[in-house]
Design a protein around this ligand. Structure first.
Ligand SMILES: Cc1cc2nc3c(=O)[nH]c(=O)nc-3n(C[C@H](O)[C@H](O)[C@H](O)COP(=O)(O)O)c2cc1C
Length: 346
């Protein structure tokens, strides 16, 4: 794509200069990974989803999800739940932290234990409640944080109702909508319906950010071209590849994207672990039964699979990933994999 320029996106009072978002991904997008993506050119990030109930009850583990690395901006906090009063109270707590730039309502999580309680994707089955939550959350944070909603096109193929749900949240005061172009029943499999994302874009006055199905950097521009959305949100393809955001910037500036050198991958993994260690060290002993170091190594594990999949020695590391090892041992194993070089074609 030559010379593509994103228009800055206004989400209420927030201006996002480069509206390429890292999607919230539970178990992955903590402060360590988000900050690495921002440093590579990502335009905005969102926390993993945080339970509104857990927040108002001050569960330590829940509050940890709202921890951030320094200079993470712009950043949204995402909360989930289905009780409007609880969601509003949790939203006010998030606003009080003064650490976030927007508040996002999760209306798309398809995990059975979430959706079956009526939370996450469950909200799509009750558009009136989805709107009411938006209204109450908005009232609770009025004047402090713009409110956004992240949702899907429907519950399943027979109940695609994204035009109805997004009309409701727009009317209730949402300042932007993230639309994942899949139904909840397929979770993350199969294509994302960009035609429907385009329909939502045409029907709504507030900004629509498209999500689902970006596989390579150029897809971001294709999605904008094909749907007219004002921003794009990227999930899985960014895991183990924060350089994707650099590629997107390079493509926009008519520069060739370039694969990270092995030394860059090594530096990123070492830095990723250093940040996890620091984030874990902030948490109390009572909360981290395994201790900060071991917990940090466990959190890094799924990322390592993504960073190192294309390397010859990855299989050896994969067989030992279940072992609980300290940071120095883990990094030594990582370095051995990197030294094995990339597999042909990887
Ligand atoms: C492991 C994983 C965890 C996720 N966690 C969340 C979450 O906490 N909140 C949310 O709104 N979406 C979550 N999602 C959905 C993503 O934000 C995104 O909508 C989805 O992956 C589609 O984008 P993609 O095709 O670019 O991956 C998660 C997805 C994955 C794969």
């Amino acid at each position: 794509m030559s010379g593509f320029v994103f228009q800055p996106l206004n989400i209420g009072s927030l201006r996002v200069d480069w509206p390429v978002f890292l999607a919230p991904m539970a178990g992955y997008t903590d402060g360590a990974f988000r900050s690495l993506c921002l440093e590579q050119g990502c335009g905005a990030v969102v926390t993993e989803m945080v339970s509104a109930h857990g927040l108002i009850r001050h569960h330590l583990r829940t509050e940890h999800f709202l921890d951030t690395w320094e200079d993470e901006q712009p950043i949204g906090a995402q909360i989930y739940g289905s009780d409007p009063g609880v969601m509003a109270e949790a939203a006010a707590m998030v606003a009080d932290l003064k650490r976030f730039d927007f508040l996002d309502i999760n209306a798309g999580c398809p995990m059975p234990k979430i959706r079956n309680r009526g939370d996450g994707a469950g909200l799509m089955r009750d558009p009136a409640k989805m709107a009411e939550i938006t209204r109450q959350v908005k009232a609770a944070v009025a004047g402090t944080l713009p409110v956004t909603v992240k949702t899907r096109i429907g519950w399943d193929a027979d109940s695609v109702n994204v035009l109805e749900t997004t009309a409701g949240v727009e009317e209730a005061g949402a300042e932007a909508i993230f639309v994942h172009g899949r139904v909840a029943s397929v979770r993350h499999a199969g294509p994302s319906d960009w035609n429907l994302i385009a329909e939502v874009q045409r029907a709504r006055r507030i900004p629509v950010i498209g999500n689902g199905g970006v596989k390579v950097a150029a897809d971001v521009f294709r999605m904008v071209r094909e749907t007219g959305v004002g921003g794009v949100m990227i999930g899985r393809v960014a895991l183990g590849n924060p350089w994707l955001f650099r590629d997107i910037r390079n493509l926009a500036a008519e520069r060739e994207p370039r694969r990270p050198e092995i030394a860059e991958v090594r530096a990123a993994i070492h830095e990723h672990l250093r940040r996890e260690l620091e984030l874990m060290a902030r948490r109390g002993k009572r909360e981290l039964k395994l201790g900060a170091e071991l917990t940090a190594c466990l959190v890094l594990r799924p990322h390592l699979v993504r960073y190192l999949r294309g390397f010859r020695g990855f299989g050896v590391l994969a067989r030992t990933l279940e072992e609980r090892v300290d940071a120095a041992t883990l990094l030594k194993r990582v370095d051995a994999v990197l030294a094995s070089g990339r597999r042909q074609g990887a």
